[in-house]
Design a protein. Structure first.
Length: 299
């Protein structure tokens, strides 16, 4: 078995064994559609080749000077159990270390039990868990507390929050979709200039969020516009209500049909969202982290 750089001509071979990755789930695998963009980007994508057949594929990308993100690990059904995932992942770890990374992270759907076990076996440790809140866009809702667009307000609300402690400082990355990196003051200042930042500042700094992107995607009823927010952090129900109202107004101003906001997977945060009828995804997502300075993450 040989590890090599993925090529555009591998697209059909990769798509052939990833189109039905989760046959018992309604959601399909994104990899067949996104693969050409992977190859064109500045990411590091590897395939394992055995006898002229693609046995596995995965990608690593740098989110900051010291943070790497691993994604898209897929192994051909005929090669599962042969160490393909470990070989590819540790090669990606080596590449990330060469770029200066100290940590590599990944995300696994909580229902994907085989991948949860695989992540632990190849060098990842549990890091945190979160899920999406989905407040409906609403142009008429008014926050009952004062909401500012000041990034420094948002930073201090984040720095002192239970959400930050639970999420180990991680929030949705401004560049890479479905990737989490350490949220910085500079990130929030950039978001204030390019997208939007929200801070509930009423008798103290009590909640924060920021918009990462808005985009169109195909839904059951045709094309939908989504607005996506990097994290939601709040001190209490009153602050959460004001924060979700600000998000709902912002999404409506964009013409969005739907929203989603990362929130910590805690009883308090998820039940607050439910109490406020802000909606939530059915299942959480788990984040793993590998210490690239540790010997066990080396081949």
């Amino acid at each position: 078995m040989e590890l090599r750089e993925a090529r555009l001509e591998d697209h059909e071979a990769v798509a052939a064994f990833t189109r039905n990755t989760w046959p018992d789930r309604e959601a399909g695998d994104y990899l067949p559609d996104i693969y050409p963009e992977w190859i064109e980007g500045e990411n590091h994508t590897l395939v394992a080749e055995a006898g002229g057949e693609i046995a596995g594929v995965a990608q690593c990308t740098m989110l900051s000077d010291t943070e790497a993100w691993c994604q898209g690990m897929r192994v051909h059904p005929e090669y599962r159990g042969e160490g393909v995932a470990r070989r590819i992942t540790h090669a990606l770890f080596d590449w990330a270390r060469e770029q200066g990374a100290l940590v590599a992270r990944s995300m696994v759907f909580s229902w994907n039990v085989p991948s949860l076990g695989l992540s632990r076996s190849i060098g990842f440790d549990p890091a945190t868990e979160l899920r999406w809140a989905t407040p409906a866009p609403d142009p008429d809702v008014e926050p009952e507390l004062r909401v500012t667009a000041e990034p420094d307000d948002a930073w201090h609300a984040w720095a002192d929050s239970d959400a930050r402690r639970h999420l180990t400082g991680l929030a949705l990355d401004l560049e890479e979709s479905w990737a989490l990196s350490e949220l910085t003051r500079e990130d929030l200042r950039r978001a204030a200039e390019e997208t939007a930042v929200f801070a509930v500042r009423d008798d103290g700094l009590r909640a924060m969020s920021y918009r990462v992107r808005d985009y169109e995607r195909e839904g059951e009823d045709g094309t939908e516009r989504w607005a996506e927010y990097g994290v939601g952090a709040w001190d209490d129900l009153e602050a959460a209500r004001a924060l979700f109202a600000a998000i709902a107004r912002d999404a409506a101003a964009l013409g969005a049909d739907r929203t989603r906001v990362w929130i910590p997977e805690t009883t308090e945060h998820v039940s607050d969202a439910a109490y406020l009828r802000a909606g939530a995804s059915e299942e959480p997502d788990f984040v793993f982290a590998a210490d690239l300075t540790a010997d066990r993450t080396r081949r």
